[in-house]
Design a binder for this molecule. Structure first.
Ligand code: PGA
Length: 249
């Protein structure tokens, strides 16, 4: 079965509740143009329940940008998987580049978050991607391979709740996207790793998104590749028009 493309908006620490609501209403109106692809929004957490309410029944999924692995307790400022489920979201980003490289999350932290997300029934979008220095040293695959060590604990029935997003650090927010060839090459490598751990059926049904400076001008080139199952869009997802244009590419 061919993999359906998934176009996801990661708003990061941007958009007020009112802006998120008006985006969601606009997206709902644009849905008739956006058939045969799945759409997801990752608003800042406080905007999640409002966005969920507006998009209920449309098929557009809403997720949180991060979670903490404990169920509840004295963890000031943190949000658990159960809280994400409680507000009606179904997805969560795990290990985004900014969590890893700005906030300092290790693979161990990412592994705990991934486990908690999947155990709670959320779909986890696990983000991986090499830094510029890894690519320049010819070690991009080794770096991403190391980040993928967190998926080795997944049980057979859990793989359907995993999406991987390949987002090279040097391409995020820089305006410099990976070429479709380079992205496709890394997606093949990632699928090969999954194949070795979970078998060919799982690997061939797993969606691997590309992220890093996806814009209306480069979306068709990237999404036209068979190995690229969608996009995780940051900056260009903040304006409805450009997100819709990418989603329609
Ligand atoms: P960008 O961000 O599209 O602004 O490069 C992508 C991401 O961080 O998910």
């Amino acid at each position: 079965m061919p993999r359906k493309k998934l176009i996801a908006a990661n708003w990061k620490m941007q958009m007020t509740v009112r802006e998120a609501e008006s985006f969601a209403v606009g997206l709902k109106n644009a849905l008739p143009e956006l058939t045969d692809r799945d759409l997801a929004l990752f608003p800042p957490f406080f905007a999640v329940p409002f966005t969920v309410r507006i998009l209920e029944g449309t098929g557009v999924v809403v997720g949180a940008q991060d979670l903490y692995w404990e169920k509840q307790g004295a963890f000031t400022g943190e949000i658990s998987a159960q809280m994400i489920v409680d507000v009606g979201a179904t997805h969560v980003l795990v290990g985004h580049s900014e969590r890893r490289h700005v906030i300092g999350e290790s693979n161990d932290v990412v592994a705990r978050k991934l486990g908690s997300a999947i155990d709670s029934g959320l779909v986890a979008v696990l983000c991986v991607g090499e830094r510029l220095e890894d690519r320049e040293r010819g070690e991009a695959e080794a770096y991403v391979g190391d980040q993928l060590s967190v998926i080795t604990n997944l049980r057979a029935e859990e793989w359907s709740r995993l999406v991987i997003a390949y987002e090279p650090v040097w391409a995020i927010g820089t305006g410099k996207n990976a070429t479709p060839d380079d992205a496709e090459h890394m997606h093949r490598y990632i699928r090969g790793v999954v194949d070795r751990h979970a078998g060919t059926d799982t690997a061939s049904s797993l969606r691997i998104l590309y992220g890093g400076s996806v814009k209306p001008e480069n979306a068709s080139g990237l999404l036209g590749r068979g190995e690229i199952d969608g996009a995780l869009v940051g900056g260009a997802s903040l304006a409805l028009d450009s997100f819709v244009e990418i989603a329609a590419a």
